[in-house]
Design a protein around this ligand. Structure first.
Ligand code: 5MM
Length: 342
């Protein structure tokens, strides 16, 4: 029996579990490897991803899905097991980043458009054949003086909606990720500005999804939280949680089964605490969980440092963050839990 979009989406937001965003493109993983002095070779990328996907406790108990980069979907463990099969065996859903990255938007200085729609139908069919059951497309919305413009938001929303419709046609659940950036070139904005831009962006995105006939019950939203810019005036974790939930309630239809947040450059612990405070509020129409890249991987990358003998320590660091975020998704996380041995 083939899985329906609703079944896949429900599995992606299984209670107490979340999504590992391991879909760094070759350029982004370069930046991560530079921080730990590891050469960005295909074999090092493969070995690092193997470390994550074979971390038993984290994968089995706390990870509902993994977003892969195209190269990674075609890779295997050192002993020859395809990564998509390893992820499935752990009870998680394999997914694939299908956008081709954010490029300068013609006519809109300082703004970007995410590309990758040409040939997407054929690529999705091939990814399905390789085992992917969900996909991800990220739109980048920067805040700066006079930005974003409505034109750039609308162009990105249209692309997100066209991508989502193509995914659903192929039996693949789209993760729709409109990211209002907190750590871009100009990051001194306050939380009010982030809230205003996030609300506008989500409204325009859901309009576009409706226009393109996307089935909201067969998708997952991956938004930013409502936070101040990295160098802007900071606020309490409780305020971030309350304003994020208020913003989502005002913009995200209850038909959407789940919301899986990106971490966006927040510290590991802040990303966990914000999620815990939101889930603890309760009474929300959608499941809330994480789809973190940096906030799940930073500690593991550092512990690994590119050395085979550090794999157990790196897997323990990943398991710790996955456990903390799993608890946060249930609303059970407490700050003192962070002291548990990794
Ligand atoms: C893991 O990073 C993803 C890939 O980024 P590039 O396409 O720029 O290489 C990224 O899309 C990620 O899935 C989201 O931004 C969420 O990651 P964070 O680190 O913000 O939680």
């Amino acid at each position: 029996m083939s899985e329906t979009l609703r079944e896949i989406a429900a599995a992606m937001v299984t209670e107490g579990q979340g999504i590992l965003a391991a879909d760094e493109s070759t350029g982004t993983i370069q930046k991560r490897f530079d921080q730990i002095g590891v050469e960005n070779t295909e074999e090092n990328r493969r070995a690092y991803r193997e470390l994550l996907f074979t971390a038993d406790e984290a994968m089995r108990d706390h990870v509902s899905g993994v977003i892969l980069f195209e190269e990674t979907l075609g890779q295997s463990t050192a002993d020859g097991r395809r990564f998509a099969d390893v992820i499935k065996a752990a009870g998680a859903v394999p997914g694939i980043k299908v956008d081709k990255g954010a490029k300068p938007l013609a006519g809109f200085p300082g703004e970007k458009i995410t590309e990758g729609l040409d040939g997407l139908r054929e690529r999705l069919e091939a990814y399905y054949g390789q085992g992917a059951r969900f996909a991800k497309w990220r739109a980048v919305i920067d805040i700066a003086d006079g930005l974003p413009t409505w034109g750039a938001i609308a162009a990105n929303a249209h692309a997100l909606a066209r991508y989502a419709a193509l995914c659903q046609e192929t039996g693949i659940v789209p993760i729709v990720e409109p990211e209002v950036i907190m750590d871009g070139p100009s990051s001194s904005h306050d939380i009010d500005r982030c809230e205003e831009v996030t609300r506008l962006t989500l409204n325009v995105v859901f309009d576009a999804l409706y226009e393109q006939r996307v089935d909201l019950t067969g998708m997952v939203l991956k938004p930013n939280m409502v936070v101040p810019g990295q160098t802007g005036p900071q606020v309490s974790a409780q305020e971030v949680a309350e304003r994020t939930v208020a913003c989502l309630k005002a913009t995200v239809p209850p038909a959407v089964p789940g919301i899986a947040f990106l971490s966006g450059g927040q510290s590991d612990e802040a990303a966990t605490e914000h999620l815990a405070l939101m889930t603890r509020m309760g009474g929300l129409p959608w499941a809330l969980t994480f789809s973190y890249g940096r906030a799940l991987q930073q500690a593991a990358l550092k512990a690994w440092g590119g050395r085979a003998e550090n794999v157990p320590a790196a897997q323990a660091a990943f398991a710790h963050r996955a456990r903390m975020n799993g608890r946060a998704a249930l609303g059970n996380w407490r700050a003192e839990d962070e002291r548990e041995a990794a």
